[in-house]
Design a protein around this ligand. Structure first.
Ligand code: DQA
Length: 145
């Protein structure tokens, strides 16, 4: 079981970015926790972070050749990117959308996800634990396909 974990713009700044919203953990620390959980479930993880929409589209485009599932936090592109949505819709593998914050509790412009209607499901609002829940959902869903 191989899973690709994609993080969108500004998530490289976790740990110093709006700590009251996103917590104090760095992306590297979150990835380490995910690796530990993946190891217990015999899953392999690859990580990709980019601040550039096209790079995320390219990565998604090739994902079903090498991976059984994708966990993605599209960050701000969640609310704006038709290109990322279309790339997700084109995949034959489950894609789980995750958010650290509860996007429905925040500003109105964050309430709409363009990704959610084409994702397998969404995890939102559990802090860094959203990634672990998303990973478990990805392993479970891919395992049943
Ligand atoms: C986010 C929520 C988005 O609205 C925001 O633009 C982010 C992070 C989250 O993980 O809570 O960058 O995806």
């Amino acid at each position: 079981m191989k899973i690709l974990v994609i993080n969108g713009p500004n998530l490289n700044l976790l740990g110093k970015r709006e700590k009251n919203v996103y917590g104090a953990r760095t992306l590297k620390e979150i990835n380490k926790k995910m690796l530990r959980v993946a190891g217990e479930k015999n899953a392999e993880l690859d990580f990709f972070q980019s601040n550039h929409e096209g790079e995320i589209v390219d990565k998604l485009g090739a994902a079903d050749k090498s991976y059984n599932a994708v966990v993605i936090n599209p960050a701000a592109y969640t609310h704006t990117s038709v290109a990322i949505r279309d790339a997700v819709a084109a995949l034959d593998i489950p894609v789980i959308e995750v958010h650290i914050s509860n996007i429905y509790k925040r500003e109105e412009f964050r309430h709409k996800s363009l990704i959610a209607p084409v994702a397998q499901g969404q995890v939102s609002g559990f802090g860094e634990y959203s990634y672990i829940l998303g990973l478990l959902a990805a392993i479970h869903t891919a395992g049943n396909k």
